[in-house]
Design a protein around this ligand. Structure first.
Ligand code: NAD
Length: 370
């Protein structure tokens, strides 16, 4: 005898421009339940404390905590201390955990919410552009392990996402640029309209214009949620969302996750993948130039010399060789063929990868790159 069980997740992504609207939306989602608000120290000082006070002033029972900012906090140690903290609060199973912060807060708190009492509802309130357009959406929650990033985690969808682009006014320009890389990626893989919108309006976005940024975040949310809906548990590894991530991942691995921001590594990875696609005759020169020109105009790295630190190219090639070995000789590349369209290539050679990485690199001599 066989029985089957269905499982479906549905949540609203609300994008607004002011904290007032965010508070109204949060109150509707929280619906009188208790709130445990978790953030990092930086965001607490800038926004989360004020948000907690606004929710408490509206009559909700709010308890709050925070942990040190930065990737090092995305750890089992932080998760354990948050679980201890939750156990000391009056939070019950139907109450709400609120994750207020960038990707580090959202990934860590989401995972804690997935584990506490076998899962309590959580709402994401992203505060970096990367979190608005990527980390807050899709329900991939995790902490890092000494041996690998995001090693310990789950798929656990939020109850809602409340995006207030007003929080981005305090974000460093470099973090804004890194977030934009992930939106440009979404434009290339699935939405020529989004790509063209960024081409026209990237200066306004970087200047923090709230109306333009809200449109950008909404456009990116539509692309991400529709792609995730097709494969919420990432069973298919041939995912267009990985565009730029093959070489990007190698760059982050050999530079130690920190000196090069994730978005910067992805931007460089996209530029390399586009060069491979052009050389294979899959992507026309004009479209390849549009992509690299947009990345460069935003201030993102497209050639080696643009990277903020020296890249050990042989080590990066070695990291890719290692991935190929682990995956039974298959290294997957998402290659763009037009705006909004990609193909997956399993047969990209090491020579193609090296050429794409070295293209236009004036400051890297032959001897130093091996
Ligand atoms: P982050 O959370 O570390 O934030 C970057 C810095 O900006 C931190 O110092 C933070 O305190 C500060 N900050 C946050 N909001 C601010 C604001 N409004 N004003 C001023 N400073 C602010 O980094 P991130 O780039 O947001 O996220 C990176 C993490 O996200 C990585 O761990 C990555 O693995 C994860 N991520 C997850 C997904 C996913 O699908 N779950 C997707 C992409 C990235």
């Amino acid at each position: 005898m066989i029985t089957t069980a269905d499982r479906q997740d549905r949540y609203t992504v609300f994008v607004c421009r002011h904290e007032r609207a965010a508070v109204d939306r949060l109150r509707a989602e929280i619906d009188g339940r208790r709130v445990a608000l978790i953030s990092d120290h930086t965001v607490t000082r800038l926004h989360a404390r004020r948000l907690a006070n606004a929710l408490a002033d509206s009559g909700l029972e709010v308890t709050a905590t925070s942990f040190p900012s930065g990737e090092a906090s995305k750890s089992m140690a932080t998760a354990t201390s948050l679980l201890d903290w939750l156990a000391g609060t009056a939070l019950a199973r139907r109450d709400i955990v609120l994750a207020v912060g960038g990707g580090v807060v959202i990934d860590t708190v989401g995972w804690v919410a997935s584990a506490y009492m076998r899962g309590v509802p959580y709402i994401n309130v992203p505060t970096t552009l990367l979190a608005h357009v990527d980390a807050a959406l899709g329900g991939k929650v995790a902490v890092d392990h000494a041996t690998a990033k995001n090693l310990i985690g789950a798929f656990y969808q939020p109850k809602a996402v409340v995006s207030n682009v007003g929080y981005l006014r305090t974000l460093e320009p470099r973090q804004m640029r890194a977030g934009l890389a992930e939106v440009i990626k979404k434009g290339v893989i699935a939405s020529p309209e989004l790509f063209e919108f960024i081409e026209r309006r990237h200066a306004d976005i970087r200047a923090g214009d709230p109306a333009t940024t809200a449109r950008l975040v909404h456009g990116a949310s539509v692309v991400k949620t529709s792609l995730v809906a097709k494969d919420p548990y990432e069973l298919d590894l041939r995912r267009p969302l990985n565009f730029g991530h093959t070489i990007g991942h190698a760059v982050e691995t050999v530079t130690g996750y920190g000196p090069i921001l994730h978005g910067e590594a992805v931007a460089f990875g996209m530029a390399c993948a586009a060069r491979i696609a052009e050389r294979r005759g899959l992507l026309d020169r004009r479209t390849r130039a549009r992509l690299t020109n947009l990345l460069a105009a935003v201030g993102l790295p497209v050639v080696l010399d643009d990277l903020p630190v020296w890249l050990d190219v042989p080590a990066a090639l070695g990291a890719l060789r290692q991935i190929r070995k682990i995956r039974d000789g298959v290294l997957r590349f998402v290659l763009p063929v037009a705006l909004g369209e990609t193909v997956i290539a399993d047969d990209v050679t090491e020579a193609e990868i090296r050429d794409s990485i070295m293209a236009g690199a004036a400051g890297y001599g032959r001897l130093r790159t091996g």
